[in-house]
Design a protein around this ligand. Sequence first.
Ligand SMILES: [Fe+2]
Length: 253
Amino acid sequence: MDEDFAAHSLTSRLLDVMDQKHHWAYPRLTKPGLSRSQLLAHFQHEHAVYVRDFPVLLARALGQVPPLPDVRAALAENLYEEQTGGLSSTASHPELFLRMMDGLGFDRALFDDGAAELHPSAIGYRDWLREASAREPWQAAVALLTIFVEGSVNERAELGGTFRRSSGREAVSRHPLVVHYGCPEAAMELARAHAAVEGGHRSDAWNILTRHVPEDDGLADGVVETCERALAMWLAYRDGVAERMGLTRERAA
Ligand SMILES: [Fe+2]
């Protein structure tokens, strides 16, 4: 790991949060055996909670950033890719998500507003994301979206250089939806787009916080607290989705 990153205690506190961004039901999604209605419940929730509106959440955070050209440019670039796919020469990521659903044979109308009855924990997390992405300090909103929501449990290994993100065809051909659930590779542009651009966005996100959150005031605490709250709400949300999918902890291994 880069020494600056390792020495930065905010980074280490946020990595402690990201190490816990794992849910007991997650491994089930990477294995065969889920029914179509279970898959649908999962994807309807993901779409409604943060996929469809992620570009707008980023825009809310960007709208709070003071005149710091590096931060504004990094967020604008991320937002441009999310809402247009312009950097990866694909399409907006919410649209790519729906193309992946097309590939699974799920009608787009199933993802219309109100088509799914969301678990209350999902509504709670979604509404809190909307509110927190527009709330000061901007560093907490940016960390929430670019570190917590966009990041994964692999964050520490990725920063440390020991996790290799799959790319190109490999990102698609080995994807569980292709391997186990019959999604055609052509419908997996979302995985290709993420493989193409996400690495750069991950390092931008960490650089912004390292540069713009001083260690010696309460700001770092506020940033960490926001991400801890996000983790608690996300875990409750994933419990809610698992409940809707009829998964129980005993059977999830
Ligand atoms: Fe994305």
